[in-house]
Design a protein around this ligand. Structure first.
Ligand SMILES: C[S@@+](CC[C@H](N)C(=O)[O-])C[C@H]1O[C@@H](n2cnc3c(N)ncnc32)[C@H](O)[C@@H]1O
Length: 209
């Protein structure tokens, strides 16, 4: 049984689901597709309303998708997003203390959550531990200088305007120095390969175990 969310956690989750969670749904679909995984196990850290897992799981019954988040209200929303999908599991859990054995997952994904991590080294070490050999971590952060790709945003008419999105984008990201710092911290672990690329208006750290 999960602990009950606080009022603040509930408010944050509801606002997120009605705002970015809804608006960026096409982006989550693209992120899920780019994982290129149709079977095996996926972990989404800081899953929020769970839409990356839901899209990844669709049509792939052999793929087990696990989303974790420290906010129990987000986990409730994620379970609601998944509906009856049997291959999605959402659990209240801290990315800094992942309660899964070593070498469990083929992919670990994180989307716009790194700026929240209070102990990034602990989360990165856990990602490294739970990935299988050859598994890949894809850690997405908003790229403040990217063009707003219309295919990544659901709009109601002309809302939300690009200018406003860009402001949100800058606020909800690591920023350039933070991104460089996260990359540097990632590189300290024993990966086969670490690189950076972009996906629409995200930049991401891609690290292969
Ligand atoms: C901005 S939301 C992004 C949610 C989702 N990834 C998305 O893109 O829609 C960031 C989420 O990370 C979660 N979070 C922050 N620190 C975390 C940690 N150490 N472990 C797991 N989740 C965390 C927050 O509770 C929040 O739901």
């Amino acid at each position: 049984m999960d602990e009950a969310p606080t009022l603040a956690q509930r408010a944050r989750a509801e606002a997120y689901a009605r705002g970015p969670g809804w608006r960026y749904d096409p982006a989550y679909r693209r992120i899920a597709g780019a994982l290129a995984l149709t079977e095996g196990a996926l972990l989404d850290i800081g899953c929020g309303p769970g839409l990356v897992c839901v899209h990844a799981a669709a049509g792939h019954p052999e793929l087990d998708c696990v989303g974790i988040d420290t906010n129990p209200a987000m986990i409730r929303l994620a379970r609601r997003s998944a509906g009856r999908r049997l291959n999605c599991t959402f659990r209240v859990m801290d990315g800094a203390a992942i309660r899964y054995p070593a070498a469990t997952f083929h992919r670990v994904v994180a989307v716009q959550t790194m700026h929240h991590w209070t102990d990034p080294d602990a989360v990165l070490a856990e990602i490294h531990r739970v990935l299988r050999p050859g598994g890949i971590a894809m850690l997405h952060d908003a790229d403040p200088s990217a063009e707003i790709d219309p295919a990544f945003v659901r709009r109601r008419g002309r809302w939300p305007p690009d200018l406003w999105l860009r402001q949100m984008w800058r606020r909800d990201s690591l920023g350039d120095a933070g991104f460089e710092d996260m990359l540097e911290r990632t590189r300290r672990l024993a990966w086969a390969d670490v690189g950076v690329d972009t996906l629409g208006f995200y930049r991401r750290i891609v690290a292969r175990r």
